[in-house]
Design a protein around this ligand. Structure first.
Ligand code: ADP
Ligand code: TRP
Length: 320
């Protein structure tokens, strides 16, 4: 069984990315026989148009994932563009993809509805994603809820190719990641690069503390008892603190007589120690960029081997 997923290097990873996606990718590397994870730089090119920035974000994404526990002995990590077979497969798939299918996809639809002009890259984004998945005979694709539509499109494209040319593709299934606890940002809304309310995983501790201290709160008097359920500070604290500490904090909320500053300080303390090992692993990796490049090169070799085999099957089936 092959697990595969991609993550776009469109910004430095934040707490939401970690709890909503990255941590679960890392957990999945344990159980599955083969886990393929890649940095989707071709997809990111639809938004990041500064070459230096895209290169740096791609390398940073690889270093971040390794520092957070992605183990190249257990999972294959590579950069999307290092497997050119995927782009070739993308063209072949595009020839059988109805325009209507892509017109319904939300990224393109949202942009058009807002009156922006979209380019062909954004329009055909889901076909490249389908090629990413199908090129490796992937069975399971862990993704956030927002990506489920793209997996359905992938299944549609693969199904109609198989119908026309024989059983060439493995039909993948989405595994919807548990982000029921959507990580709130510093304004209390969902943490997202697009809302500029993020706290990055590898922010310097001092910087991180400053951001935590700026998290918006309500102005209820200190002495009022408060319900921890649904409170975004308590939600953030719970991501990092042990069960026991969460209980203690919940009791403090219910009693009242505390300031939000105390909770913020506790969040910063817990977050700092939670990511301390990852921070030191990252510092080591930064000193050895060639080591990271080796991992990516090795990952690409493994990924290309599989993609070439699938592409060969595809070409034979359709007469190329
Ligand atoms: P952003 O919203 O910052 O652009 P992405 O869309 O690149 O983030 O998200 C990458 C992954 O991280 C997705 O699988 C998404 O579900 C997850 N994710 C992003 N933000 C959050 C959040 N605030 N809470 C939980 N998961 C999140
Ligand atoms: N579109 C995905 C996102 O924005 C990233 C991605 C690209 C992906 N190709 C993929 C995810 C293939 C899963 C499988 O999050």
């Amino acid at each position: 069984m092959r697990v595969l997923s991609g993550i776009q290097p469109t910004g430095r990873f934040h707490w939401g990315n970690y709890f909503g996606a990255i941590r679960q990718y890392i957990d999945l590397q344990e159980g599955s026989k083969q886990a393929f994870y890649f940095i989707a730089n071709l997809h990111a090119l639809t938004t990041v148009r500064d070459p230096k920035e895209l290169k740096q974000l791609t390398l940073d994404a690889a270093i971040d994932l390794l520092a957070l526990g992605l183990d190249p002995q257990k999972a294959t990590l590579f950069v999307q563009s290092d497997v050119p077979e995927v782009s070739e497969l993308c063209w072949i798939l595009m020839t059988g993809t109805p325009m209507g299918l892509l017109e319904r996809c939300h990224a393109y639809k949202d942009k058009k509805e807002k009156g922006f002009s979209a380019d062909a890259g954004l329009f055909t984004y889901p076909v490249l994603q389908a090629a990413d998945i199908l090129a490796y005979d992937s069975n399971t694709v862990p993704v956030g809820q927002d990506q489920v539509q793209h997996i359905e499109v992938c299944r549609d494209i693969a199904g109609s190719f198989n119908h026309q040319f024989g059983e060439v593709f493995v039909l993948p299934k989405a595994k919807v990641l548990d982000n029921s606890a959507k990580v709130p940002g510093i304004d209390g809304e969902k943490m997202s690069k697009s809302y500029q309310n993020t706290i990055e995983i590898f922010e310097l501790p001092k910087q991180m503390r400053k951001k935590v201290m700026r998290i918006e709160t309500d102005s209820r008097p200190m002495e009022d008892p408060k319900d921890p359920e649904g409170d975004h500070l308590f939600q953030l604290y719970s991501l990092f603190a042990s069960e026991e500490k969460q209980q203690e904090m919940a009791d403090i909320y219910r009693k009242g007589g505390f300031g939000y500053g105390t909770v913020k300080k506790a969040i910063a303390d817990e977050a700092e120690s939670f990511f301390a090992d990852a921070h030191s692993r990252r510092a080591e990796l930064e000193k050895n960029p060639h080591k990271v490049e080796e991992v990516l090169k090795d990952g690409a070799t493994r990924a290309r081997k599989k993609a070439a085999e699938v592409l060969d099957r595809v070409k034979t089936a359709c007469g190329i």
